[in-house]
Design a binder for this molecule. Structure first.
Ligand code: UDP
Length: 233
């Protein structure tokens, strides 16, 4: 199946490398992968995580509240969104960042109409600031924004090339699924996305494809109908 409207979720972790939280070479690589998709006139929304900058350890080591930590995480997604926007623009892509949290000097506020308006004008839209609420994740944000933008697929771009029955980084005999149902993913507690995100996609019939963003052309190939990665339907 070919897709023409995609929400791509990129984890914060993928942006960084051993030396830098925000590694230019990684972002440039992803930006070029996204350009291939934009050149095919596919509408693109992007949700970026924040895990490269903030991942809860500050909360564990201090007595600040989880809620405060969550806001730190949401701000981290905004920092990543600025970096991503600039690199996309450098390679000639029109981009708008819409934020869930008001931050007037940087971004417009995210709402459904603005998302549609900019997609219609062939902008890539980056949806920053998570859902704007603590206690959620950017996976759930991706599910929410995919539903709002009427995406025909949510692409979860990770470091691995699909969903496995156990962690392929730790277990070399891990078996990859080509296709599973939302229900199976939830029941087996496969950690590739959080349960809220799976449940929202299930209710709204948004297929999820998990793929390796570091594999050249994989995003384009998937959107053009090649069965790479794992599809959750
Ligand atoms: N976060 C939040 N609400 C949201 C989205 C994110 O509170 O709607 C916070 C949460 O603390 C989360 C952090 O932001 O851990 C970074 O997001 P996430 O862990 O999803 O990023 P990723 O692991 O994809 O880089």
């Amino acid at each position: 199946m070919k897709y023409n409207r995609v929400l791509i979720k990129i984890s914060g972790e993928a942006l960084g490398d051993n030396n830098e939280n925000i590694a230019y070479k990684n972002i440039l690589f992803f930006a070029n992968e996204i350009k291939k998709v934009v050149d095919k006139k596919i509408k693109v929304g992007i949700v970026i995580g924040g895990g490269n900058i903030y991942r809860g350890n500050f909360v564990e080591k201090t007595n600040i509240q989880q809620i405060d930590g969550d806001y730190m995480g949401m701000l981290a997604t905004m920092i990543n969104s600025i970096a991503f926007k600039k690199v996309l623009e450098n390679i000639g892509i029109k981009v708008k960042v819409l934020s869930s949290i008001e931050i007037n000097k940087l971004f417009e506020l995210c709402n459904h109409d603005k998302m549609q308006e900019y997609l219609d004008q062939n902008y890539v839209i980056i949806l920053a600031g998570g859902t704007g609420n603590p206690c959620f994740t950017t996976d759930t944000t991706a599910a929410l924004r995919a539903i709002e933008m009427k995406a025909d697929v949510l692409l979860k771009a990770t470091k691995v090339d699909g969903i496995y029955d156990s962690d392929p980084m730790k277990n070399k005999n891990a078996i990859k699924y080509n296709q599973i149902t939302y229900q199976e993913a939830i029941e087996k507690n496969l950690k590739v996305m959080d349960l809220t995100a799976f449940a929202m996609c299930m209710e709204n019939k948004v297929p999820i494809i998990v793929c390796n963003i570091f594999q050249e052309n994989s995003i384009l190939k998937i959107l053009e109908g090649e069965s790479l990665g794992t599809i959750v339907v």
